[in-house]
Design a protein around this ligand. Sequence first.
Ligand SMILES: C[S@@+](CC[C@H](N)C(=O)[O-])C[C@H]1O[C@@H](n2cnc3c(N)ncnc32)[C@H](O)[C@@H]1O
Length: 294
Amino acid sequence: MDHLRQHITEQIRGNRQKNLFNPRARELFEVNGAFRGALQSIVDSREEVAGDLVSYAAQALVEEVLLVNQFVQVSPAKVAEAEAIYAETFQRMRDGGDVEAVLLTEHFPRLAQWLADLYPADVARAIGAEQVLGNVVCEEYSAPFQLRLLGVTTSELMAPVLDIGCGRSGGLVAALRALGVDARGFDRLAEPAPGVSREDWFQADYPRAAHGTVISNAALSNHILYTARHEPARLPEYQALFLRILSSLKPGGTFFYAPSLPFFEAPLSERGDLVVRVVPLAGGFSRTAITRPI
Ligand SMILES: C[S@@+](CC[C@H](N)C(=O)[O-])C[C@H]1O[C@@H](n2cnc3c(N)ncnc32)[C@H](O)[C@@H]1O
């Protein structure tokens, strides 16, 4: 069934950035001919579709959604929901539904509903009229650029180093490891490599007093700023995560991140058990370093 995986990927990519929120989404979406043919032949042959194909399709969908909008948060429950949609779509086809009609009239509307739950209502409303969505910029930056922006040199980094939201390639982790620094990182879109794993920051483990340095450039705090603006009800989840990350610092360890988070940092400064340093950068942004004193 490997060829079907390929067709699933092409089908999902072929509709890249088309806006499922648009009321005319049904007319915008296209069913790739090779994909339709491959599905039809499986339906005709009565072959069983392995569960891992359903997981593959759900994973491909989630990746596509995250590539279009890095601010979407997809919980394990939502992934399971996407798997259920794919499994039911296939069952409907096996039960005699026309492949293309099932996709256009049942599957895409269900995916639209699935997606709607992931977007804050004000954002979904604001983009509803668009036919094609732009990307919410999610770049990876070079290792020297990240360190310069965060105001730290490799010789100042206390080991071990954890890079949260290290990017698909984990470039900073690789560069530090090449210098002999004990560094690892994770990202929900990471291509696994030495020291780099695919993980979501909400599900990751942050053992107490385990890290000499934690870094998160244009990642965690960007998402917190977005959440503060569009989904303030979810801020407590981020606040708890932020505190877990800080508790994973060793005495003398530092969490470096940008952009800054004034509303999280002010109460920490008042608490007095951590040292918070904020340095203004260009464009109204700033970077922060929070150190747990020895
Ligand atoms: C703008 S990129 C920055 C990547 C890297 N830190 C750099 O500076 O090159 C933000 C990264 O955060 C990751 N990210 C977003 N939400 C995440 C989550 N819940 N768990 C793990 N990584 C996440 C994205 O996949 C993306 O690679």
